[in-house]
Design a protein around this ligand. Sequence first.
Ligand code: GUN
Length: 291
Amino acid sequence: MTEIIDGNAVASEIRDGLTDAIETLADAGRRPGLATVLMGDDPASQTYVNMKQRDCEEVGIDGTHAEIDGDAPASELYDAIEDLNDDPSVHGYIVQEPVPDHIDYREVLRRIDPAKDADAFHPENVGRLVAGQPRFKPCTPHGIQKLLEAYDVETEGADVTIIGRSNIVGKPMANLLMQKADGGNATVTVCHSRTEDLEEKTRSADIVIAASGVTELVDASMLAEDAVVIDVGISRVDADNEKGYELVGDVDFESAKSKAGAITPVPGGVGPMTRAMLLHNTVNAASAQQG
Ligand code: GUN
């Protein structure tokens, strides 16, 4: 029987585990604070930041949100970042991606105080991760590690194929999985748009992590029997329903399910874990900044 990996359930356990730490910090007069910054009006991003704010409320983190007009100059975003760096009630924050075309996201990241970088995207935090000394772990890859752990999927000695080389998922995922640490010690192959014979790389994997943004790229024919399949994709595809769209992953779920040993659904797999690990990083940031 193929196991359906329940990201909502694991994320809920993680949130429960955080509430004690949050109460302890609040008792000491330091309620953790997370800010989200959204520039522009990308509807998917709006939904994500709303969900992140709702999560904050649920666990007792002070959530604040700043919206910046998509046509505003970069200086307006930089000013907001400076304010957040200086605000002692904000322990962690994120600038939601994607940003408008005229904004250089790398410059945005460089301006974030690394101690408040709840996404772990600042170059200092990327370097620390690669060096095996992470301050924070990036939320999506960390969430995937937690999912694998929750379902007793051994990474040590496993062959893992990652599809996608983004800074948000593919690269940090590869780094975490190859670390000499719990949830690591895997042999990692990172595939991307120029990879030749992708199917050969996925068929030889014990674990396939699909994070390319190409809808339904992975099907049963690309998998080894009983492979563990983690679907990071979450594309909005036009649909004839109330919302006008449906969410589609990078994996053809019905096809892959017929061969996989375990598989994440979309939605309800990786997404809730990303959000839970953002709360985790915020609590860690608040603890570290305790004066
Ligand atoms: N856009 C999609 N995923 C993420 C994320 O994890 N963090 C930020 N800041 N933007 C995103």
